[in-house]
Design a protein around this ligand. Sequence first.
Ligand SMILES: [Fe+2]
Length: 426
Amino acid sequence: MHNKLFKLFLPISVFTFSLFLLMNLGLIDLLRSSKLAFGLLISGFFTIGTIVFIMLSELKRFKYLNKRYEKILRFISNIEPTIDLKFFMDKVFDFALELTATRFGTICISTNDGNWEFISMKGYNKEFLKDIHFEEECFEHLKCENSEIKVIEDILQSSRIPKHIRKIIKSELKDTPKKSILGIFRHGKEVLGFITIDYMKEKVDFSSETLELLKLLLKISALFISAKKDYERRMIFQKEVIRSMIRIIELKDKYTKGHSERVANISVKIAKRLGLSAEDVDMVHWVGIIHDIGKVGIPDEILNKAMKLTKEEYEIVKKHPTLGEQVINQMSYLKDLAPIVRHHHEKWDGTGYPDGLKGKEIPLLSRILAVADAFDAMTSDRSYRKALSIEEALNEIKKNSGIQFDPEIVDAFLDVLSIYEEENLV
Ligand SMILES: [Fe+2]
């Protein structure tokens, strides 16, 4: 638009400027009296107006781009590997649609198990697209695309989309896109997903700046998806290592077989009952699994001793929360769990170990763990005693509410137990 105006008015400006030059060269008197002078004056004003208009338009465009770049920068500065992938891609998607001024589009991502799924969409039937899972080879051709961005006419007729998928999508749509921007999330040679930005009308004008901004967004998103996948793969690996370590401990201490999983399950149910966030529920699950990992450093003969422990032996066993904290601190992805592991044997009245914390000084998840751990320990056989009945264990927990345990957590535990009793929680 600006270029067209510029091309139109440039000759007028040159013409006007030349005439003014002639006026200064002595033809001024002749021109002042003629109609040409009037014409010149008008065209002069017209030219100045045009230049001002172009300058204002350029300023407006500059401000618009500046705002967009600022938004992208703000977006980048808030990226962390812990952000949920779906949340991140929804943000990218909203941004891309705002940038391209349309209300139709999709984002499809390749998943860790080698499939593809639509995770963000607008203008299309969400439930329908969400249920479509494509196999890896469906989008093999994306690897051959030589550019990150392509503008495609009538994308559903294009061979870029596998025929059977085109058929499924077409059958659902009332109106099919006339023009689309196809953007690929690529990291190195790996294709991680794609975005389609669709227009239902043929005449659409994208500025080159819009496409450049979109490319930048694709690049940032690809880096994030790649880092996120890497993070998740490492986290899965570390969690598997931890699970294996726990199994080894449970082999060392034959009386605690399955204890960690049971503590994790009970803790999750208490956390849900307390209305904790999904993140906290996930944390308490993992801390339930790993809470006794420090027992790896306790001699087998103490762990499996058939008689009551001596004072010295008990002091050695009491080291397992701090040993556990040290192990967890080595695992970058589970570091947040280390203090919870450290304090899982603290008592509400301050008589626990290792730090003698009192009441709400003890981390909430440690307080949950304490109740779940005690209940499972009491209802399991130990080398030195037989398991208590559920009723006896419950009486012990109730008796120690406000002494050993946080009363609110005991109440939540009792609620959970009554709800799940019939489902064989215990
Ligand atoms: Fe423990």
